[in-house]
Ligand binder design. Structure first.
Ligand SMILES: Nc1ncnc2c1ncn2[C@@H]1O[C@H](COP(=O)(O)OP(=O)(O)OP(=O)(O)O)[C@@H](O)[C@H]1O
Length: 302
């Protein structure tokens, strides 16, 4: 199984290989550590996300995924030399780094009392999109996520899937090079989930944008991500393409002769890596697979 945090993806958008030639990573974390009081949320994470890839961060509840994303997006303070975004130090050049990023947090970032267009326009102003370009960029972002027809309706009337797409448009309006998504499909039904991912995939293909995403869905991770890192208790426990992770576990099983010969699933890999903690779905830290959380994006807009 691939465990080195500096592994290189073998799959990705057409632009990836060329973009890698200059050796500058989209995201590079070196020994990222972050504590909340006595809780070490992230504990020495090394990560390298290549330009143009869809990189998934997985792990049980409390593994440190959101803290990692919030550090990368400069929302949490990190010392110089720990995080670089496209070669820029996130601590020393915070504003420059922020201009390269689009971020869709877990928490609701759309205002139900505004129309879809007004919501996206608000983000365009916050991200300092020039007045001259703003109208066109807002229209393009709404078009890219398939909300052009609903743009002038109040967001409060949107379905949960439409709200998530609106939040995606908000993050896209500044034309970021790195799109950071914290559980973009949580609380959505399978059709809405597929729709959100289809849009992300289309936009990535059209722009060559790098996507860093957290998800609890093994299926999404397997089908939609070029490479994955499994976080557990604040550390990277496994890293590689979905295929590498699965074949790595299969090879390990053969070596240890545990009798299981079928190709493991991604969930098997994570159970193997995180051990018994993933088994009890009632355990707050161990919950995995389909998260049975009650958060619903639509009701949050209300
Ligand atoms: N603001 C905070 N104050 C105190 N502790 C926090 C805070 N945010 C996170 N933590 C703790 O840090 C650890 C990592 O949390 P984090 O939210 O990064 O995990 P996660 O993998 O994103 O979990 P989830 O899948 O539930 O979103 C947990 O133990 C959590 O309780």
């Amino acid at each position: 199984m691939a465990t080195a945090a500096d592994g290189v993806a073998t799959t990705g958008a057409d632009g990836v290989t060329a973009a890698r030639a200059d050796g500058v990573a989209a995201v590079r974390c070196t020994g990222l550590t972050y504590s909340f009081g006595r809780t070490k949320a992230v504990d020495g994470v090394d990560l390298r996300v290549e330009p143009g890839e869809v990189f998934g961060l997985l792990g049980p509840n409390g593994a440190g995924k959101t803290t990692t994303l919030r550090s990368i997006t400069t929302l949490l303070p990190v010392p110089p030399g720990v995080i670089e975004i496209f070669g820029r130090d996130a601590a020393r050049r915070k504003m420059m780094v922020r201009r390269l990023l689009g971020y869709v947090p877990q928490q609701l970032s759309a205002d139900g009392g505004l129309t879809g267009r007004e919501n996206v326009d608000l983000f365009a102003r916050v991200f300092d999109v020039s007045h001259r370009e703003r109208r066109e960029r807002v229209g393009q972002a709404l078009e890219a996520v398939g909300l052009a027809g609903a743009a002038d309706r109040l967001a409060a009337t949107y379905s949960g899937g439409m709200v998530r797409l609106l939040e995606l448009a908000q993050a896209l309006v500044s034309a970021p090079r790195l799109l950071v998504l914290d559980e973009p499909t949580i609380g959505l039904d399978p059709i809405a989930r597929g729709n959100v991912w289809d849009r992300i995939t289309e936009i990535r293909s059209a722009t060559g944008m790098t996507v860093l995403v957290t998800t609890h869905s093994m299926e999404e991770a397997d089908q939609r991500c070029d490479r994955l890192a499994l976080l557990h208790r604040g550390k990277v426990r496994a890293l590689g393409t979905p295929g590498e992770l699965k074949s790595g576990l299969m090879a390990h099983r053969r070596e240890t002769g545990d009798g299981e010969t079928a190709l493991p699933s991604l969930e098997d890999v994570f159970r193997h890596v995180a051990g018994g903690e993933l088994a009890g779905s009632e355990d707050e830290r161990g919950e995995f697979g389909d998260v049975r959380r009650t958060r619903r994006t639509a009701s949050r807009v209300g």
